[in-house]
Each structure stands twice: as structure tokens, then as C-alpha cells.
Ligand binder design. Structure first.
Ligand code: SAM
Ligand code: SF4
Length: 339
């Protein structure tokens, strides 16, 4: 049997291997979370957006270059028309063993109708973003969302055998009084929970962000009054630091870009739905992969463009939320790169 030569893996200038690609498949969303989008977002014209076939071709090029984990995000990935065909086609890399994991971060609104098919495409774990379990507050923070619909989606995911991780952004004065309840709920449901510090991205108006920022060091200390958090060396290839909640047996993760810098172990890059590759969530360094994709050349051209881009991955981000700096650290919204 002929053994095909594998291309050299993607290694950045700081000797970090790039094994994780996050793909924002759409900039659109059916929610307007207060910390993520403004109410009157202008979305990209359709012509700028990569087709699902183009997204498949790009993701597959990354897989050939050694990416082992793909996460579909957005915007809301499950509102993109026919998005399941992308999951379906990418699932071939799971079957061939070239990919370890295909996964999705979703607001859960469309999960009830897609959960079973996601599982059928080889998706094993999903992240669902829920910041509060209070229906009124849920609509307040998402502006347009309905908690009931999301919980139905989560139930469908559980029924389909998907492992569910709940993502919650910790927001001062909004859900800080509810986090104990969320730990208990996740324990009852068998879900892991990840708490995220609000990051300074996108113009949302005035001093709002400073008011929202809640350091997770404070949150963790508060939780430890009611729960025993045992340190865990569990890692998912993402930036969260995990503990096990002894009373529930479930994990709780903390993503703390502002209080703890995790850049030294960064293994990921982010692709937008227009084919722009961002080398770091917190920096503007980007490369256009749509031009080489649409230039009509072979995959070598695309792979060369990806390699060139990775050569520019910066060492780390410099997020700061303080009073001296009024604007966001990065002007693009989180929905561009999908978190
Ligand atoms: N729509 C999907 C969702 O909400 O899960 C996927 C995209 S969303 C941009 C991905 C994650 O980023 C969500 O968990 C969301 O809460 C988080 N997020 C959005 N804006 C953020 C910000 N400014 N700081 C921290 N997390 C943010
Ligand atoms: Fe939409 Fe997710 Fe942003 Fe909320 S966090 S507005 S659900 S993209």
C-alpha cells in the first residue's frame, strides 16, 4: 500500500502547533445579546459570505495541515440555511480519522430541530450559551430570545446523546446572584458549566462594558462558599481552567482572558464567514483566504496562504478593561469570530 506524505503541521513563530480551527459560519443571529451585538447590527451582504462548499474546502485544507478539532460558531451557526449539509460533509474527516472532533457553539434556539442530526454527523459535545435561568432576564439579556425554546433545544440535545456544556458570561449585577443556582442545575442535568469573563469587543455604547465586568476570581471565591471545587487537570483544547464540583461531580470551567493570560498555550485560529483568518481573538492580525480560495488555483495555493498566515500569529492579546481606555480593545464584535 502506498503511504501518502502528510504535509508538515502548522507551527507558529512561537513554536505553538495549530490544531484547532473555529469557524464563524455566519455573522447573523436571531438574538441580540447585550454584551455581543447592538440592536441595529448591519450584517454582511450575501455575496461576501463564503458558500457552504467554500467553507468545507477551507476547513478541509486546515484538516490536511493538521487541525484536529473544528468548532462551528457564529453569529448563530444553526440559523444559517442548510448548515447541516456542512456538518454532514465535514463528518467524513471524523470517519477517516483525520479529525478528532467536530463541534458547535450555539445559542440553542434551533437545537430542538437539529440535535439528532448533529449527533448523526458525529458531533459528540456541544456548547450552549445560557446566561440566566430566569425567563424574564433571559429575554432582557438576549433582547429577542426565549428561554423556553432554548431549554427545549438543550433537552433535545441530551436526548440525542450529546454531551452539553453550558457557557455563561458572568455579568456584574445581572447573573452574579444566580451562579449557585446554575451550578446546581447543571449538576442535576449532568452538564458541565463554563463561566466566561466579558471581553472588550465591539462598540456597544458608552461605559456599559465597565459596568458588566466581573472578575471570575471573585465569582470563584463566592461559589466556594457553597461548593467544594477540586482542581482538575482536565483540558479540552480550549482556554478554560477546570475544577470538579465535588457535590455534583460535574466540571466547572473558568475562562479568564482578563485576569489570567492563557496565550502561551494557544493552539487555535479563527475563520470568519468571509474567509478572513484571525490569528488571535484579541488582535487585529488577519489574513484573507477568500482571494486564494476563489482564485481558481489548486489547494496548494490555499495551503500556502494558510501557512503564510500562521507565520503572523501574534504572541498574545492585550485585553484590558480600565478607566484609562474607553474604547474596546478590538473593534470587531464577538459575532465576527464567534468567541
Ligand atoms: N451564537 C452562539 C452562542 O451564543 O453560543 C455562538 C457565537 S457567540 C459569539 C459565542 C460565545 O461568545 C457565547 O458563549 C457568548 O456568550 C460569548 N460572547 C459574546 N460576546 C462576548 C463578550 N463580549 N465577552 C465574552 N463572551 C462573549
Ligand atoms: Fe447571537 Fe451568540 Fe452573540 Fe448572543 S452571543 S448575540 S446568541 S452570536
Amino acid at each position: 500500500m502506498m503511504v501518502q506524505d502528510r504535509p508538515a503541521p502548522l507551527i507558529d513563530p512561537f513554536a505553538r502547533a495549530i490544531s484547532y480551527l473555529r469557524v464563524s459560519v455566519t455573522d447573523r443571529c436571531d438574538f441580540r445579546c447585550l454584551y455581543c451585538m447592538s440592536e441595529d447590527m448591519t450584517f454582511l451582504p450575501k455575496a461576501e459570505i463564503l458558500s457552504l462548499e467554500e467553507l468545507d474546502r477551507l476547513c478541509s485544507a486546515f484538516v490536511r495541515l493538521g487541525v484536529r478539532k473544528l468548532r462551528m460558531t457564529g453569529g448563530e451557526p444553526l440559523v444559517r440555511r442548510n448548515v447541516m449539509s456542512l456538518f454532514r460533509s465535514l463528518s467524513r474527516h471524523l470517519r477517516s480519522g483525520d479529525l478528532d472532533e467536530l463541534t458547535v457553539t450555539t445559542n440553542g434556539s434551533q437545537l430542538a430541530r437539529h440535535a439528532a442530526e448533529l449527533a448523526d454527523c458525529g458531533v459528540r459535545r456541544i456548547n450552549v450559551s445560557i446566561d440566566t435561568l430566569d425567563a424574564r432576564k433571559f429575554t432582557e439579556i438576549t433582547r429577542w430570545g426565549r428561554l423556553e425554546q432554548v431549554l427545549a433545544g438543550v433537552a433535545a440535545a441530551k436526548a440525542a446523546g450529546l454531551a452539553v456544556k453550558i457557557n455563561a458570561v458572568a455579568l456584574k449585577g445581572f447573573n452574579d446572584d444566580e451562579l449557585d443556582r446554575m451550578v446546581a442545575w447543571c449538576g442535576d442535568e449532568g452538564f458541565d458549566l463554563v463561566l466566561i469573563e466579558v471581553m472588550p469587543m465591539g462598540e456597544l455604547g458608552g461605559e456599559a462594558r465597565l459596568d458588566q465586568y466581573l472578575p471570575l476570581s471573585i465569582v470563584r471565591a463566592g461559589l466556594q462558599r457553597n461548593w467544594t471545587l477540586d482542581e482538575s487537570d482536565y483540558r479540552t483544547g480550549g482556554p478554560a481552567r477546570y475544577y470538579t464540583v465535588r457535590e455534583t461531580g460535574r466540571r466547572i470551567g473558568f475562562i479568564t482572558p482578563l485576569t489570567h493570560n492563557f496565550c502561551e498555550s494557544c493552539n487555535r485560529v479563527r475563520l470568519t464567514c468571509t474567509g478572513t483568518l484571525y490569528m488571535c481573538l484579541g488582535q487585529e492580525d488577519a489574513a484573507d483566504l477568500r482571494a486564494p480560495l476563489r482564485a481558481g488555483g489548486g489547494d496548494e495555493v490555499l495551503e500556502a496562504a494558510i501557512r503564510e498566515a500562521i507565520r503572523h500569529k501574534p504572541k498574545g492579546h492585550d485585553f484590558v478593561i480600565d478607566r484609562r481606555r474607553r474604547g474596546p480593545a478590538v473593534s470587531r464584535h464577538m459575532s465576527v469570530t464567534g468567541g
